[in-house]
Design a protein around this ligand. Sequence first.
Ligand SMILES: Nc1ncnc2c1ncn2[C@@H]1O[C@H](COP(=O)(O)OP(=O)(O)O)[C@@H](O)[C@H]1O
Ligand SMILES: [Mg+2]
Length: 265
Amino acid sequence: MIINTISQNEIVSIIMYVFIAFVLMTLLLIFFYYFSTKKINRIQLENKDIEISYQKELINSVLLTQEAERKRIAQDLHDDISSKLNIISINAHLLETAVLNEEERIKIAATIKQYAKFVAEDSRRIAHDLLPPVLQKFGLDAGIEGLCSELSNLKSLNIDYKNDVVFDIKDNDKHLHVFRIIQELINNSIKHGEAKNITINFSKKEDLIILNYVDDGKGFDTEIIDNQKGLGMKNIDSRITFLNAEMQIKSAVNKGVHFIIDFRI
Ligand SMILES: Nc1ncnc2c1ncn2[C@@H]1O[C@H](COP(=O)(O)OP(=O)(O)O)[C@@H](O)[C@H]1O
Ligand SMILES: [Mg+2]
């Protein structure tokens, strides 16, 4: 028999070899486990870093937008309000101090009344630009309806707005983000896309609200949009994060744009 021909020494060395092979395999497994967990940890840390720098970029874009907005308001107040109030003040001073005939007095009083009217109109416009009163009083649907009809009157632009969702006015803080996103999308369709037609549509799928925004303008290459995002698109990204929403962008050069935004409120 073969078994009988194997000497005791050979059996011992076979056992030794098997044992050494087993120990080597265990060591190999331990090394493999150690290095793979180290690699996983490193990847997780890198992902965290990317996430943190993205959050920083979002915060930065919010701050920059705020600054740009302040600058615009300051300019509006300076150009539209202060200068007119100065004219009113000079004319009121003239009324008090100068020796005037009846005709001159009436003319100066008329100028004061006219400029007071301008100031009232300008301050109403500035307040309206900051926060449309319709949005505040009647909610998102009325706010967008108002925005669309204002813009359709002003530009050679057709906006088709449809809404199947009832927006509760108590969630107006969140709705303001949606309103600002739509405002920026329309600005971009006019400024960059030179679009003639825009479609805005809200629909509902269970508790998910879906916003479809389409224009027929110049469009852009979605592969490179990430590198081209300006303050406007970055600001949209931060509002999407605030809303816990998802945004899909479909576009191609000369094929218009299609934004799909899903959110829950
Ligand atoms: N509706 C659109 N049609 C064509 N291009 C667009 C549109 N929306 C955005 N873009 C492109 O995306 C870029 C970034 O937009 P945005 O971040 O809003 O910048 P900006 O502050 O200059 O408006 C634009 O320069 C433009 O190339
Ligand atoms: Mg823009």
